[in-house]
Write a protein that binds this ligand. Sequence first.
Ligand code: ADP
Ligand code: MG
Length: 340
Amino acid sequence: MSFSLSGLFSNEIAIDLGTRNTLVFVKGKGILVREPSMVAIRKSDRKVIAIGTEAREMLGKTHRDLEVIRPMRDGVIDDDEVAEIMIRALIRKAQTNRLLRPRVIVCVPSGVTKSEKRIIRDSAEHAGAREVFLIAEPMAAALGVGLPVLDPIGNMVIDIGGGTTEIAVIALGGIITDTSIRVGGDELDEAIIQFMRRNYNLLIGERTAEEIKTRIGSAAKLEQELSIVAKGRDLVEGVPKAVEINSIEIRDAIEEPISQIVDAVKNALEKTPPELAADIRDRGIIMTGGGALIRGLDVRLREETSLPVFLAEDPLTCVVRGTGKVLDDMETYHKVLLPN
Ligand code: ADP
Ligand code: MG
């Protein structure tokens, strides 16, 4: 029988509290929880009906008394009461050792306010945490990618989440410049919904829009253009309808939010101090977050910035893996944590 002492005694948890997905990593065990940041609530008595994946299944299918809430919309806490419920539930879900209160590091968007930090800290404490540390998202993303964040070298990370895009230059364990816009993968979905409504009189739901985006969405010309059948409700006739759409139309539909992301990257480059800009010119830019998976975004950014641009491996888990690295070696990495 094998028996791991460290597994028994350590109880250390890293959380990526994303606007779209929340991931929980347990030291020595890996990523144990990976769920949409959503909570289904019964409106009449505010009772929690479902959390995470189960709540997402209900999206767009709720009746009058049921509501699916995304407590972390736009990169900030939108509903602190529900955010706390979600944080507590997901920490519990990952807790393998209920006897020992965990040490927790939560990754937060770098724009969070002091009071939001307080809420996150309190929620984690209410969920049983013995110690709570916070880390800024771009720093965690950079660590997850394996960039040498403590060295005197400039690194640029673009993290494209559901509600925000964060672009940061990191060196010597700190964030030197940080540009954040409230445009992320969700805005692409929204643009697709508008496009279908305007051009086809077709009303589609958020989940359908996201599926169209992931299946045929792109930010640059494709070698082989794609097509898909979109299903929704005809706005004129009121009946279910299906139409075939192609990747050229969808590229056009999402051009506005895509160009906002591209412009934000250009702005960030302009703000970068010259010595660090020289490093970035040599080393390039790395993209993380689920939004970075949109086809051709690397090509588009390369064209527009003339810099090397790379997509991180497994971009959806970079942030939580980076936060996990801090847990693994607090002695080396404590300096990248946010001050209280
Ligand atoms: P957050 O950190 O805000 O929780 P994530 O990093 O989990 O966000 O990314 C979620 C976003 O990534 C969503 O908008 C989702 O639609 C998008 N996404 C996930 N997979 C893909 C894909 N293959 N192509 C395009 N977008 C994707
Ligand atoms: Mg994220």
